[in-house]
Design a protein around this ligand. Structure first.
Ligand code: FAD
Length: 459
């Protein structure tokens, strides 16, 4: 069976790698010169250096992404840190880390006791909310899909300073949405999966190379870069192949459309759009920008691999080289930053880095490069899941056209993990089609450890 995968982002790569591992004949088509899509790299026009569009971070709970990195031979390029380093605007550092050998969530107890970024009463408030998140379980969390997290925080009497210092610092980056506006389901998922279920869930992973480098050894024989698909060919309710921008056509028994959701509808003729409900609500999915800034100083300015910044405007900053001379800063949910003059933004970021990192106080910023992805990820607002389509076709839909992408139904917000899950789900549906047997490439979540199990977290 010949399968064509359109789009070499993480979703398309995951689908292609999984199908190839099952012995299927796969061709992966990517319009750009490199793989990775939004989790990819570009050539700096000024220096020719390969730079990431933005720093990408994973957590230990991203079991499918970790499996994908293993399959493409790049897991050893991911550096995992057992401490999350917070800094406030005066440069004070606060570390959140798990104690080895203790199960979740007890592993965080000792660090929380010393976590001076929060007052004692804020730590008590937070512990109450964490207990509530545990006892909600997974089913309880899903029932909150239509509730804004701000409402849930108010019900749990979480004070504004605690929200600013802890919830905002963790959630705005994880969800690319304002804390109070995000769906309570996804906000609570971040805490349940990364901090409360399993002591390996929170470890923070960053690549020690460019993103594009991670995918160079992808185990897929037929990968065609710089190959843009112009349209799909149909025979009634079946797709029979793709037409490339060059005019060439390629035949297929099944197609995985793994572009981002903005590009999907243009491939589908009107009569099929009307019959296949996966396409009905795509325009209701709102996109949210992310700002990334590359900063090069004239000397080492940062020792720790990352810092979660309690006071903005940059929310996270990452060390990009061994010496700590080049950094990358990130602002998520960056709606207010899209139209600002870049030199003003750079001056602000430079001032913030100087205030926050003591070693930067006398350093000179040699160069800064701001990259804004206007349609970075979809907003995980309450109700968004109603617009997210399944990977597999409905009975009346395009019978051999599968969707993959972070925007499809994955149970995850728009993340690399969600994109890989969607690719594995699409691949599983194709590999199992017509065999009567379920085929799954999905990797299990980390198991809920005994304290969480006792309190009902795995329900
Ligand atoms: C700035 C930024 C920061 C982020 N930070 C994080 C993070 O720290 N952690 C995290 O987990 N997630 C992060 N994300 C989210 C993550 O990058 C995405 O969720 C994920 O990469 C989406 O992958 P995808 O395959 O679904 O889509 P895409 O990456 O959009 O892939 C779609 C691919 O299809 C290709 N394509 C489109 N049209 C055609 C065509 N006609 N023919 C051939 N190819 C085509 C595109 O070129 C692209 O490569 C971030 C995203 C952005 C933008």
């Amino acid at each position: 069976m010949k399968t064509i995968v359109i789009g070499g982002g993480l979703a398309g790569m995951a689908a292609a790698v999984a199908l190839e591992s099952a012995g299927l004949d796969v061709t992966l088509l990517e319009a750009r010169r490199t793989l990775g899509g939004r989790a990819g790299s570009f050539e700096d026009p000024q220096t020719g250096e390969e730079l990431d569009n933005c720093q990408h971070v994973l957590l230990g709970c991203c079991t499918n992404l970790i499996d994908f990195y293993r399959r493409v031979g790049s897991l050893d390029r991911i550096r995992f840190d057992r401490a999350i380093h917070f800094r406030d605007s005066t440069g004070r550092r606060f570390d959140l880390f798990g104690v080895l050998g203790l199960p979740a969530p007890l592993h965080l107890g000792p660090a929380l006791l010393k976590f001076d970024a929060l007052t004692w009463s804020e730590r008590v408030e937070l512990s109450r909310a964490m207990l509530e998140m545990i006892s909600l379980g997974r089913r309880g969390r899903k029932r909150l899909t239509g509730v804004p997290f701000g409402q849930w925080l108010d019900e749990q009497q979480q004070s504004p300073p605690l929200v600013r210092k802890l919830y905002d610092t963790i959630l705005i980056g994880a969800l690319n949405e304002e804390t109070r506006a995000a769906s309570a389901e996804y906000a609570i998922q971040v805490f349940q999966d990364s901090l409360l279920s399993n002591s390996a869930g929170y470890v923070i992973g960053t690549p020690n190379c460019t993103l594009a480098e991670l995918y160079r050894r992808i185990p897929c024989r037929d990968v065609r870069l710089s190959t843009r698909v112009a349209s799909l060919k149909f025979d009634r309710d079946r797709v029979t192949g793709v037409r490339l921008a060059t005019g060439e056509t390629l035949a297929a028994d099944a197609v995985v459309l793994a572009t981002n959701h903005h590009a999907v509808r243009k491939f589908i003729p009107d009569d099929l759009l009307a019959r296949d409900d996966r396409f009905a609500n795509l325009d209701k999915i709102e996109s949210v920008p992310i700002l990334g800034v590359h900063l090069w100083f004239d000397r080492p300015v940062m020792i720790e691999p990352h810092a979660a910044l309690i006071d903005g405007p940059l929310q996270w900053v990452f060390r990009k080289d061994e010496s700590g001379t080049s950094l990358h800063g990130v602002i998520s949910a960056a709606r207010d930053w899209v139209d600002r003059p870049k030199d003003q933004m750079l001056a602000l970021f430079e001032r913030q880095v100087r205030q926050t990192l003591p070693a930067a106080r006398d350093a000179k910023l040699e160069r800064g490069l701001i990259v804004i992805e206007k349609r970075a990820t979809f907003s995980p607002r309450p109700g968004v899941d109603r617009a997210r389509p399944h990977q597999s076709p409905p009975p009346s839909g395009v019978s051999n056209l599968y969707l993959a992408g972070d925007y499809t139904q994955t149970g995850w917000p728009a993340t690399m993990e969600g994109a890989v899950r969607s690719g594995y789900l699409a691949a599983g549906a194709i590999a199992g089609a017509g065999t009567g047997a379920d085929k799954t490439f999905l990797i299990d979540d980390l198991p809920v450890q005994w304290p969480g199990r006792m309190l009902g977290l795995d329900d």
